[in-house]
Each structure stands twice: as C-alpha cells, then as structure tokens.
Design a binder for this molecule. Structure first.
Ligand SMILES: [Zn+2]
Length: 239
C-alpha cells in the first residue's frame, strides 16, 4: 500500500451526492489535512433521492449539487465534477467508462476511491445498482481505459488528454476490507458533511448515534483500541 506521503492527488468517484460522506468523509478529512488534493466526481445528481414530495423533482439536481458542495467544504474538498446521469438508471456502459476515463486523465490521481461493484448481501443499501454500475465502470476506467492510449483514442486526439496510470484504488464496503482508517478525530466533520445533505438526512435524528455505533464496530473489527471509530476499505494495487 502506498504511504500517504507518496500521494499528491486523490479522485473520489461516486454515484450519488452523499455517498462519499457516508462511506469515506472521515478519511478524506485526514487526507486534506495532510495537504493532499482531493477531487470528487459524482455521476448522478441524486434526483431520485429524498422523501419530501412537495419538492418538485426538477429542483432536486441543483439542490443536491449545492448540498454536496457544502458537504465537501466540511472536509476540505473544493473541486467537484458532476456528470449529470439520471439517478437510478446508471449502467456500466462504454459511454460512462469514457466519461470516467476522461476525468481520470484530467485529474491524474495517484489514488482513486470508488464503490465496490459487488453486491453486498448483508447491507443491500450499500450495493445500490447505481453504486455497482459506477464501481464497475470506474475500475474499467482505471484499467485499461485511462492508461491505454488506444482505448478511446479521441480523448488524446481531440482533447489532448494523455494516458494516466492510477496506482491504487480504495473500495469502501469492498468484499474483503483489510485497511481501517482511524477517523475518531475527524468524525465531527463527517457528521457536519452528512448534515449538509439536508434533503437526505434532515429527518435522521439518530444519525450521529447510529454512525458512532457502526464506526465503533468497524474499528473493533480492525483491531483498533476501544473507543475509536474507523472507516474500512479494500485497497487494490493497480500500478
Ligand atoms: Zn448512493
């Protein structure tokens, strides 16, 4: 696994606004505190999310982009790229692979974070179909699309985007988590980021307690001392 001191930029790809804040915001706050530049790429605008039927659906995309932008600020992220795919209908198409390969070549990250393409049979919610599709397309974009000059040659020919090798991928909620990040100190900022998604978390009065319990169990699974909180990842060597 690469040491954080070897990392200059990290690209985080997700399906929906708020995914990153549930899965990895505590870890991201640690990275930005260490001076690492983090960029978010969010494939949909989350326009099928929320439960307030009085909010016209057409208002959801700008609302959720604004909420994600505010959430990102809480953990030191200021560069967000929204791809505008329709929420709930994402497939791992060649078009999505090309769009993600484009962002990878633009951002040139050393490390990339994306959802696992596997279905989770214990917690179905974390393997939402959009998450699986985005995870699958993102991994295909890491290998081979972004690094192969002959994959989507128009990216180089028309847009001048040189091939790029992402050296490492982190999957939150991957089928075989092996790396546990202690986020006890950044937990309040993770909660603040989640609270910024008012349309999604406004009704969740127990959110902080719920997450504290889950992240404490994750820390225990990772062998961290009693009282610590952790986010877990499966780390892939993709150099
Ligand atoms: Zn999601």
């Amino acid at each position: 696994m690469l040491d954080d001191s070897e990392i200059r930029r990290i690209l985080v790809i997700n399906a929906h606004p708020d995914d990153v804040d549930f899965s990895a915001a505590g870890t991201i706050a640690r990275w930005t505190d260490a001076g690492i530049e983090v960029v978010y790429c969010i494939v949909t605008d989350g326009d099928a999310g929320g439960r307030d039927e009085s909010v016209p659906r057409a208002e959801m995309p700008p609302l959720r982009r604004a909420e994600q932008t505010a959430a990102a600020k809480q953990v030191g992220v200021h560069d967000l790229r929204f791809l505008g795919y329709p929420d709930g209908r994402v497939e791992a198409t060649l078009g999505l692979r090309q769009d993600l390969a484009r962002v990878i070549r633009q951002v040139r990250p050393d490390r990339l974070v994306c959802p696992s393409p596997e279905r989770n049979y214990v917690r179905l919610g974390i393997s939402h179909p959009d998450h699986r599709a985005v995870g699958s397309a993102a991994l295909d974009a890491v290998y081979p699309d972004a690094r192969n000059p002959f994959a989507f040659p128009e990216l180089l020919a028309d847009e001048g985007l040189e091939p790029w090798i992402v050296r490492e991928v982190w999957l939150p909620g991957g089928p075989a988590p092996g790396h546990y990040v202690d986020i006890t100190e950044t937990f309040p900022r993770k909660i603040a980021a989640l609270r910024a998604h008012q349309s999604q978390t406004g009704h969740m009065e127990e959110l902080e307690e719920f997450l504290r319990g889950r992240l404490a169990r994750t820390a225990a699974e990772g062998g961290l001392p009693e009282g610590r909180l952790a986010e877990a990842f499966q780390v892939l060597n993709t150099a």
